[in-house]
Design a protein around this ligand. Structure first.
Ligand SMILES: [Zn+2]
Length: 66
C-alpha cells in the first residue's frame, strides 16, 4: 500500500501502516488517495523524491600476487 504523511507530505510504500512517518517522525500517516498514488508512482519512475540510501563504497583491494 502507498501511504502519505499529512504532516510533511512524504509518500512511501509499506506492507503495513506504520505509526510514525519515516521522514519526519510525526504520526499523521494516512492512506494515499489516487492523486497521491499517481504522484508517488511518477516520482518512483523518475527516481526522485525517494529517500536515498547510503551507498557503502567498498575500497577496491589491490591484488598483489607478487
Ligand atoms: Zn512526515
Amino acid at each position: 500500500m502507498i501511504l502519505v504523511c499529512k504532516s510533511c507530505g512524504f509518500l512511501f510504500e509499506r506492507t503495513a501502516r506504520p505509526v510514525n512517518c519515516p521522514d519526519c517522525g510525526k504520526t499523521r500517516i494516512e492512506y494515499a488517495d489516487i492523486h497521491e498514488k499517481i504522484t508517488y508512482l511518477k516520482r518512483k519512475e523518475e527516481g526522485i523524491g525517494l529517500p536515498k540510501e547510503k551507498q557503502s563504497v567498498k575500497p577496491s583491494h589491490r591484488r598483489s600476487h607478487l
